[in-house]
Write a protein that binds this ligand. Structure first.
Ligand SMILES: *[C@@H]1O[C@H](CO)[C@@H](O)[C@H](O)[C@H]1NC(C)=O
Ligand SMILES: *[C@@H]1O[C@H](CO)[C@@H](O)[C@H](O)[C@H]1NC(C)=O
Length: 252
């Protein structure tokens, strides 16, 4: 009789568990997520000397890690991108704008209002996550808070420094994360023309529901020197906001 189950009932069975969390179809290849945290000072050094621009709207966090992205990956560690054309909808981030502006701002010059980078993140990667747009961003922000990387590092006396000569070893940063989370992170650095290396990104992994931290099935490898800077940064407000992008300074 199984073949006689009415289509309506099948539809009900299939979708009765559908929630906001499952609003889009996950790629069949989805195996886990890379969760990437960004140290903003690393951007300033990498992209344009010591300059970063404050976005046109919102107040970015002055001293914390930012969300770079929650990236769906296949089992071989390849990002899964461009699954469908479920375009970015501004209404879907309602209630999250303040936190996104704080922790997921685009601080590359010239200043933007950051909406473009959220759109890119969603339309390139988010659409392949199997998560609805609102949930995708909400969950990403939650993971960032749960991890609380600044606290993890400070427990091991690794704190942002203004002292240019004070570098940390990549090994001690990795070790701190391993000790506090029990998982292995991958560290990416940025460099400038003077071969100063700055902490740029920390990569961790989550299961395919984006809820449980896991050991990365494929740990990305980046080339960092033994020592890196983990520098403080601050926005310098000026009276020429409109004409002149605000500079974010990193001690030299
Ligand atoms: C940000 O910029 C985009 C396109 O440039 C625009 O559509 C959007 O309304 C702006 N958002 C805010 C909050 O200003
Ligand atoms: C961030 O802003 C820069 C400079 O305005 C722009 O070139 C870049 O495309 C933006 N990033 C994203 C992901 O939109």
């Amino acid at each position: 009789m199984a073949s006689y189950v009415p289509a309506v009932l099948i539809a009900l069975l299939m979708f009765s568990h559908a929630t906001d969390a499952m609003a889009s179809m996950a790629s069949e290849d989805l195996a886990f997520f890379y969760f990437v945290l960004l140290w903003p000072a690393g951007i300033c050094k990498q992209t344009q000397g010591l300059k970063c621009c404050k976005p046109l709207t919102g107040e970015p966090a002055e001293e914390d890690f930012y969300l770079k992205g929650l990236y769906p990956s296949d089992i071989s560690g390849n990002y899964i991108t461009g699954c469908n054309d479920c375009s970015f909808n501004n209404n879907e981030i309602s209630g999250l704008e303040e936190d996104l502006q704080k922790y997921a701002s685009n601080i590359t010059c010239p200043s933007t209002n950051s909406t473009d980078s959220w759109k890119t993140l969603w339309e390139t990667y988010g659409v392949c996550s199997g998560l609805g747009q609102h949930y995708y961003f909400k969950k990403s922000l939650e993971l960032l808070k749960q991890i609380d990387m600044l606290s993890i590092l400070s427990k091991h006396d690794i704190t942002p420094t203004t002292d240019h000569g004070h570098d940390y070893t990549v090994a001690e940063i990795s070790e701190a994360i391993k000790t506090e989370t029990t998982y292995t992170a991958s560290i990416k650095c940025s460099s400038n023309d003077y071969a100063d290396y700055e902490l740029l990104e920390i990569h961790l992994c989550f299961d395919k529901d984006a809820t449980t931290i896991i050991e990365c099935p494929v740990l990305p490898t980046f080339t960092c020197p033994d020592y890196v800077e983990f520098a403080t940064y601050s926005f310098k407000d000026t009276a020429f906001k409109a004409a002149n992008p605000i500079r974010m300074s990193v001690p030299e």
